[in-house]
Write a protein that binds this ligand. Structure first.
Ligand code: 8YV
Length: 315
């Protein structure tokens, strides 16, 4: 039997690549020098796309694959896939929810603690001899007992809030509606009011056209010079220029960011700032979670081509 042909948009670890290569004919888009020519050549035979959350599949890629049936995303976020175009053509889209939730929450909270307590600078203080030469490291602000605002109390936001409660932070959140699974936390629907209330503002929203730049200048002004914004969702949820202005002028105290507009390239303004922690979009980056994500990408493709129900369909 001929193997279904899959367009592979980005790299996967070898433990995912092996099973994919065994079950399907994988066309490695990311290795092609001339991507347009590659798409024109393989597109007509492609029945599935395997992509990553941040890479997605845009309209031009979908259009180059007239016989496409399924898009399997390695990631919970599918904002980079043109889901409307897929739905209009009857193409199924799947993602990898749940398996990554706790790792993403862990990294968000770790970034907050590390940035608030100055741990990167403190490590450098030890390594470069400053401890010996200059003595004690400058004092930092306390974390426990402060107020956290969680913008988006979905799966990841809930796990973030749960962890923060364990650190004795006072929890408030914004969402479309109050959540009955969060009876002990304060519901503040307006993001500006949430930011005004919070010392630590966590951005944990699924990104969409509606949430684009939801963290804007008014939200940042409300967060204020003692506040910190932590983003483990998508860069598009924050007006990055407004954030850079606020960090440079110290109208916002600090930021801890795992995601950037145009990543992996970074606005160089970030690199000149000492009140921002930058991470390379690796909140889900543990062996355990990435293996579970890869398995779900494979299992969704396998289910589709076996005529079985998809495990994590989004449209
Ligand atoms: C990436 C993510 O997919 O889950 C998401 O939405 O953005 C991440 O898990 C991951 O970095 C793999 O590329």
């Amino acid at each position: 039997m001929t193997k279904p042909e899959i367009l592979q948009v980005g790299y996967y670890p070898e433990w995912d690549q092996g099973p994919l290569d065994a079950a399907f004919t994988m066309h490695r888009y990311f290795e092609a020098d001339d991507k347009a020519a590659f798409l024109a050549q393989v597109g007509p035979a492609v029945r599935g796309i395997a992509t990553r959350g941040e890479l997605g599949a845009d309209k031009s890629m979908l259009d180059a694959c007239p016989n496409l049936e399924v898009v399997s995303v390695y990631g919970v976020g599918y904002d980079a896939v043109d889901v409307a175009a897929c739905t209009a053509r009857g193409i199924h889209v799947t993602n990898t929810p749940d398996v990554l939730t706790k790792d993403v929450a862990d990294l968000g909270v770790a970034m907050m603690l590390a940035q608030a307590r100055g741990m990167i600078g403190a490590s450098q203080w030890v390594r470069d001899g400053s401890w010996e030469a200059q003595g004690l490291y400058p004092l930092q602000s306390r974390v426990w007992g402060k107020k956290a605002g969680v913008l988006g109390l979905g799966r990841i936001g809930f796990e973030v809030a749960k962890r923060l409660a364990g650190f004795d932070l006072d929890i408030a959140y914004s969402d479309v509606t109050a959540k009955d699974y969060a009876p002990d936390w304060t519901f503040i629907p307006d993001p500006v009011a949430l930011a005004r209330h919070a010392d630590f503002l966590f951005v944990t929203l699924a990104a969409s056209a509606e949430t684009r730049h939801i963290v804007n200048k008014p939200v940042l002004d409300a967060l204020g010079p003692e506040g910190m914004v932590i983003n483990v969702s998508r860069a598009s949820n924050i007006d990055e220029d407004a954030l850079l202005d606020a960090l440079e002028s110290k109208t916002v105290g600090a930021a801890a960011l795992d995601v950037f507009a145009g990543e992996p390239a970074l606005n160089p303004r970030f690199l000149a700032l000492d009140n921002v922690m930058v991470q390379p979009h690796h909140a889900s980056g543990t062996f355990e979670t990435r293996k579970a994500m890869g398995k779900l990408v494979f299992d969704n493709l396998a289910a589709h081509f076996a005529g079985q129900p998809l495990l994590t369909l989004v449209n």
